[in-house]
Design a protein around this ligand. Structure first.
Ligand SMILES: C[S@@+](CC[C@H](N)C(=O)[O-])C[C@H]1O[C@@H](n2cnc3c(N)ncnc32)[C@H](O)[C@@H]1O
Length: 290
């Protein structure tokens, strides 16, 4: 059981360590907890104890259920502290204004974001098809100095992304396209050296679109939730999915990012496309490349 919740239960004098299924997500000064199976009064006591335990936290929210819908949002309820859902989260030398009720954000991916940012080169033209409030795109612009085109369908997230571009002084390197990534081939004239697809529940539907926007030799950073008893099984499932969509000569090595549920693993692959291949045209998500 996560250490912070254990400490809060002890401090609050609440029994039931075995009922806690996950840890605390800390976004800026907001702590998000899942407390299924506890009574309302117990939840408030635990949240109060967390506020005392974590000196940098001012708000405690309860996440009810999973991360859901097209915008990948959490359903949240106030438990303790100030009544707000906005905060500023800092990681990798960047600052992000986030509204945890209106836009997706996970503090658990900062290492992965830095890894991708360090792979990018200043001359890369980068496309992030599912940008959220900008944590990947801004890290890439700031760390690598590369130019980034971000796409985001959630208006609230896109507005925060633009605010974050200014806050991190990368507005000259990053532009945000508001809308559906499936429509990008009709909107963008250029092709890209590096394409980010951080939307693991849906990325497969949009891979043909990504291929149509990639230059020869481009890298696609692909993320996917995969069912598997262990990493080897999850890697096998990802390999099978990718082989059915990718052109011949594309190379990738499946990698585990994190566990996201019982038997569900978030897997990643840095897909290297063959050099000099013709761009494939497919703007329709779900369509197999020809
Ligand atoms: C899992 S979140 C990742 C956000 C961001 N990359 C991050 O790591 O914080 C996926 C994002 O894609 C956006 N999204 C979902 N479908 C989309 C689509 N068809 N076109 C563009 N953005 C989309 C969601 O609103 C959400 O912000």
């Amino acid at each position: 059981m996560p250490r912070l919740i254990r400490a809060a239960l002890e401090r609050a004098g609440v029994e039931g360590a075995d009922r806690v299924s996950s840890g605390v997500d800390v976004v800026g000064d907001i702590a998000i907890v899942r407390l299924m199976g506890f009574l309302a009064q117990e939840k408030r006591k635990i949240a109060g104890a967390l506020l005392e335990e974590m000196k940098n936290v001012r708000v405690v929210l309860e996440q009810k259920g999973g991360i859901e819908g097209e915008f990948r949002l959490r359903k949240l309820a106030h438990l303790a502290g100030e009544r707000r859902t906005t905060t500023v989260h800092r990681e990798n030398g960047c600052a992000f204004r986030v509204d945890v009720a209106k836009a997706y954000f996970s503090p658990r991916l900062s290492t992965e974001r830095l890894r991708v940012a360090r792979l990018a080169r200043p001359t890369d033209r980068v496309l992030n098809m599912f940008a959220g409030v900008g944590p990947y795109s801004i890290a890439v612009a700031k760390v690598a100095g590369a130019t980034v085109t971000s796409c985001e369908v959630n208006e609230a997230a896109a507005a925060l992304h633009e605010e974050n571009d200014r806050m991190n002084r990368v507005e000259g390197l990053v532009r945000v396209v508001r809308g559906d990534a499936a429509d990008l081939p009709g909107v963008l004239e250029e092709k890209f050296d590096r394409i980010l697809m951080p939307h693991p529940s849906e990325a497969d539907r949009y891979l043909p679109t990504a291929l149509s926007l990639a230059r020869g030799g481009a890298t696609i950073h692909y993320y996917r939730h995969v069912l598997g008893e262990d990493e080897a099984e999850a890697a096998g499932a990802l390999r099978k999915e990718l082989r059915a969509i990718l052109p011949k000569g594309a190379r990738f090595v499946p990698r585990r990012v994190r566990e996201v549920g019982p038997r569900w693993v978030e897997m990643a692959a840095d897909i290297r496309l063959p050099a000099g291949r013709e761009a494939r045209r497919s703007s329709r998500p779900g369509a197999k490349p020809t």
